[in-house]
Each structure stands twice: as structure tokens, then as C-alpha cells.
Design a protein around this ligand. Structure first.
Ligand code: ADP
Ligand code: AMP
Length: 215
């Protein structure tokens, strides 16, 4: 199963990817997670990426494309993948199709998780994350104890780019640079639109239905 999760920041891509990994036993690649790890490890790529991320802009295509290609070529992804946060530009989508072709693979479907802007702002500004990888929302999915991770007991944090100033910029970037991918994947028949405004478990049921029909 080779799947792309498309959707604005805050649409619930990471939340659904976590459920899909459990259900289908397919590995997940999040380019946002790759960059955040590189930033925290202070690698050369992380230092370059940080400047763009702090401004809410996209990291340049030539950096992102190389990283994803390298990942997808590893053995871990030989039986499938769920891509989250990539592609985000038409150039990235073209590069993905080309690289998969070189590997004798192709995408099976692109799930576009659709959520309106007002809800996206609420989801992003209320998101809290833990270093262990768990994601919460202070209203929609709060931790049992205030701002403490249920799984590991560490204090939760707000991502710097989830502050309202950067959120607005990231949403503009999504509508200008990533939205054209909806038509791109509609035109090549891969697009499946998912109503992302429902609860996380209802969204997942819809995804299961779409994947089930496909299978
Ligand atoms: P993305 O990976 O697309 O940026 P996330 O999966 O991190 O989005 O979700 C953004 C925020 O919204 C998180 O705080 C998450 O807990 C919350 N969230 C995700 N899906 C839903 C949903 N269906 N309803 C309400 N809140 C949600
Ligand atoms: P995300 O966690 O997906 O919201 O990504 C966080 C940030 O990482 C984005 O705002 C971008 O700066 C950067 N990023 C993640 N994926 C990509 C991508 N495919 N292309 C360019 N920049 C990306």
C-alpha cells in the first residue's frame, strides 16, 4: 500500500497516519518530523531547514526531495508507505512520481483530508506535542493530567510554528503552494477526498472504508 496523506497543516494527517500504521502495519514517513529531528540534532540540514520552518515557509524542494527519495529507497519501505506532509508542491509531486517509477513502484491513492480554515486554526493553536511523539489537543484530545503526556509523564510543549502568527502564514502557504495538488491528483485519478471535520475515529472509519473499497 503506497499512500499519500494530503491536507492542510492541522487537518489530522499525523493523527490518521498513527491509526493507519496500527491497522495496516505500513510504515509512516512525515517530512515535518524528519525536519524537527534534524533541527533538534542541529545537523547541517536541520540548521538550513529551521530558518524556513520558523517563518512558516516551505523548505526548498531540492532539500526535501532528496531526503524523501533516500528514505523511500530503504528496505523499511519495500512493502509500502504512508507519506504525510509530502508532496507539498507540484515539483515535489512530479519528483515523487519519477522516483517511484525508477523503483518500479507507483502511488495507490492520495487521501485528501478536508477541514475548513477556522477549524484548522483551532486545531493548530490547541495542539500540544510530547518528545515521545504523542500529539494531543487541549480541547479535542486533552491529556489526563494538565499538559503532561499520558504515555511518558513528560511535560507537553507547543510547537513554535503552532503560534498564531506562524499558523496564518502556514495556512497561506498551503492554499498557495499545496492546494494545486488537489487538481493534480484528481486529474490522474488518485484523489480520494475524506471529510476531516468529524471526530478522529469517524475520520478513520471513512479512511478504512475508502481503502477497503480499493482493496
Ligand atoms: P497534521 O498532522 O495534519 O498537522 P495533526 O494530526 O497533528 O495534524 O492534528 C492537529 C491537531 O488537531 C492535534 O492537536 C490533534 O490532536 C487534533 N485533531 C486531529 N484530528 C482531529 C479531529 N478529527 N477532530 C478534532 N481534533 C483533531
Ligand atoms: P508539518 O509538520 O508537516 O506541519 O511541517 C512542518 C514544517 O516543515 C513546514 O511548515 C515546512 O517548513 C517543513 N516541511 C515539512 N514537509 C515539507 C515539504 N514536503 N516541503 C517543504 N517543507 C516541508
Amino acid at each position: 500500500m503506497n499512500i499519500v496523506l494530503l491536507g492542510a497543516p492541522g487537518a489530522g494527517k499525523g493523527t490518521q497516519a498513527e491509526k493507519m500504521v496500527k491497522e495496516y502495519n505500513v510504515p509512516h514517513v512525515s517530512t515535518g518530523d524528519i525536519f524537527r529531528k534534524a533541527v533538534s540534532d542541529k545537523t547541517e540540514m536541520g540548521i538550513k531547514a529551521k530558518a524556513y520552518m520558523d517563518r512558516g515557509e516551505l523548505v526548498p524542494d531540492e532539500i526535501v526531495i532528496g531526503i524523501v527519495k533516500e528514505r523511500l529507497m530503504t528496505d523499511e519501505f519495500k512493502d509500502g508507505f504512508i507519506l504525510d506532509g509530502f508532496p507539498r508542491t507540484v515539483a515535489q509531486a512530479d519528483a515523487l512520481a519519477f522516483s517511484l517509477g525508477e523503483m518500479g513502484k507507483k502511488l495507490d491513492m492520495v487521501l485528501s483530508i478536508d477541514v475548513d480554515k477556522e477549524e484548522l486554526i483551532q486545531r493548530l493553536t490547541g495542539r500540544r506535542v510530547c518528545n515521545c511523539g504523542k500529539t494531543y489537543h487541549m480541547v479535542f484530545n486533552p491529556p489526563r493530567k494538565d499538559e503532561i503526556c499520558d504515555e511518558c509523564g513528560e511535560p507537553l510543549k507547543q510547537r513554535d510554528d503552532d503560534k498564531i502568527e506562524t499558523v496564518n502564514k502556514r495556512l497561506d502557504v498551503y492554499f498557495n503552494q499545496t492546494l494545486p495538488l488537489i487538481n493534480y491528483y484528481k486529474n490522474n485519478g488518485l484523489l480520494r477526498v475524506i471529510d476531516g471535520r468529524k471526530s478522529a475515529s469517524d475520520v478513520f472509519e471513512e479512511i478504512r472504508g475508502v481503502i477497503g473499497v480499493y482493496k
